[in-house]
Write a new protein. Structure first.
Length: 95
């Protein structure tokens, strides 16, 4: 089981225990896309967030630019962002 910070487009951030692919998909509302989020963390978003016109997530977008994860200029994150700490990265990648 891994602790994850759930950062929805609006409302408060949450701390969840996530241990299965289904729980990851539930957190982002669909298929997951892994995002390198710096040397100490990994993040997930909905792979089709823009196509599904999920709500723009200003906090996640600002955090991504702050961490310099490689968003293209004028790119942004739609939908919920799920952040895992580094310890869980290898666990997540092997699930």
């Amino acid at each position: 089981m891994a602790k994850a910070i759930i950062l929805p487009p609006t409302g408060e951030a949450l701390l969840w225990d996530i241990s299965t692919l289904q729980e990851m998909q539930d957190a982002v509302g669909g298929d997951i896309e892994q995002i390198y989020f710096g040397p100490d963390s990994l993040a997930l978003v909905n792979e089709n967030g823009k196509l599904l016109e999920l709500p723009f997530n200003p906090r996640a977008t600002a955090l991504a630019y702050e961490r310099r994860i490689g968003l293209l200029p004028n790119d942004y994150i739609n939908g919920t962002l799920v952040i895992f700490g580094r310890r869980q990265e290898s666990e997540l990648l092997t699930m």
